[in-house]
Design a protein around this ligand. Structure first.
Ligand SMILES: [Zn+2]
Length: 150
């Protein structure tokens, strides 16, 4: 996230601006538009689908992202209590990471991105993160899958 905030994520367009050309400039997830940070995390159809499913899972209000800054502020717009808001902020960070990792797997390992798999990876990794953060078994997998926390 800090690399995104500093505009230092090596997307295809960012590399082109730095005179590093590796072929296609198209988005690694959807292959429909040029890959910029804003496209990859906000307007990409794959990313929008993932944000939708994360929002439904976490029972947050509808997610509309127009700019990268909207993602940094997303947890503040949920109306959640402090504990849920903090957890949701962590899930948003993990969602960014999984989207970027999926993009890299698609570009470099020729894997086909799959919405269900991406959302499942977000749930899996965030469950582990939450349990480590809480330092004890405070939640079951079934409750986590319903975002039934505190
Ligand atoms: Zn895309």
């Amino acid at each position: 996230m800090w690399r995104v905030e500093l505009d230092r994520l090596p997307t295809c367009m960012a590399l082109k601006i730095r005179n590093c050309n590796f072929g296609s400039l198209m988005c690694g997830l959807c292959n429909n538009e040029e890959e910029t940070v804003e496209h990859l995390f906000c307007s990409c159809t794959m990313a929008m689908d993932v944000w939708y499913h994360v929002g439904v899972w976490c029972k947050s209000p509808s997610v509309f992202l127009f700019d990268i800054k909207d993602i940094f502020e997303l947890h503040k717009m949920t109306g959640f209590c402090k504990e849920r808001r903090s957890t949701f902020k962590g899930i948003v960070s993990i969602t960014w990471w999984i989207l970027w990792k999926t993009r890299n797997d698609t570009v470099f390992n020729k894997e086909k991105p799959n919405i269900e798999k991406i959302v499942q990876n977000i749930k899996d990794l965030s469950f582990l993160w939450y349990r480590v953060k809480k330092k004890k078994d405070v939640i079951t997998w079934d409750k986590w899958c319903c975002f039934d926390i505190v």
